[in-house]
Design a protein around this ligand. Structure first.
Ligand SMILES: Nc1ncnc2c1ncn2[C@@H]1O[C@H](COP(=O)(O)OP(=O)(O)OP(=O)(O)O)[C@@H](O)[C@H]1O
Ligand SMILES: [Mg+2]
Length: 239
């Protein structure tokens, strides 16, 4: 059985010269649920965009057992469901149905299978009634849920979500947390929502200035006030 994600010594510089990732190493095993936290600009989204070859840095990455390189990208993108930080980057079809059907259609699945996948994915994110709506007219929280449906319809092995709860109202946030708890998939989820991280993710990876500065059990790392403070993080005060 392969690792779900294997990143070895990944470094990446944006074309303007900004060094966004420095020697990042990360291994995620099948069925692990891992949170990725760190301040704005830490490199979380940049790291995530390397997992299916949208960005390419120096170093080696294997996603769902496949080396991330041009010949494998199609297969990798079917196995790694990546939801961008901004849902506008994910939704481009006239209707919600078309957006959610895009992946399985592109995979060449038969029409009835595509329809079943779309129905199921929309139900799972609680958007079963939204098929005929125009994606780009939806509210932010609605778009985020549809963006998740667009990858669930591909039945990925690994789900990678970039700040899935940002902009969601409490009910939608709770529904998403419940959904993520129930989904039996490997997950890497970046978030500033520390309460969700504590609730859902047994393991947390902390990034700062392009590096992984801590990687371990959530209940240990999130109890370490000095560590959190050093990297611009804090647990919300629940009093
Ligand atoms: N296209 C780009 N060109 C140049 N620099 C970029 C580009 N995209 C991101 N950066 C820079 O790379 C660094 C890492 O950005 P990234 O978006 O990965 O951070 P992040 O951890 O996801 O932050 P946030 O919590 O705000 O989403 C930041 O300093 C950012 O300004
Ligand atoms: Mg980001």
């Amino acid at each position: 059985m392969h690792h779900s994600i294997e990143i070895e010594n990944l470094s990446f510089k944006y074309p303007d010269g900004h060094q966004a990732l420095r020697d990042v190493c990360l291994h995620i095993e099948p069925c692990e649920k891992v949170a990725l936290v760190g301040p704005n600009g830490a490199g979380k989204s940049t790291l995530i965009l390397h997992l299916n070859g949208i960005l390419t840095g120096e170093g080696d990455i294997r996603s769902a057992g496949l080396e991330v390189k041009k010949e494998n990208l199609e297969r990798i993108r079917a196995r790694i469901g990546l939801v961008f930080q901004s849902p506008e980057d994910q939704l481009f079809s006239p209707t919600v149905l078309d957006d959610v059907a895009f992946g399985p259609m592109y995979q060449g699945l038969p029409e009835d299978e595509v329809q079943a996948r779309v129905f199921e994915a929309l139900e799972v994110v609680g958007m079963g009634e939204y098929g005929a709506r125009v994606s780009h007219h939806l509210s932010l929280g609605e778009k985020k849920r549809i963006a998740i449906a667009t990858v669930l319809s591909m039945t990925p092995e690994v789900l990678v979500l970039d700040e899935p709860t940002s902009g969601l109202d409490p009910r939608a946030r709770r529904a998403l947390i419940n959904l993520l708890r129930e989904l039996d998939l490997t997950m890497l989820v970046s978030s500033h929502d520390m309460l969700m991280v504590r609730e859902l993710f047994p393991r947390v990876v902390i990034m700062d200035e392009g590096q992984i500065v801590a990687d371990g059990q959530t209940r240990e790392l999130l109890d370490d006030a000095a560590l959190l403070e050093a990297h611009g993080l804090e647990m919300p005060d629940l009093q």
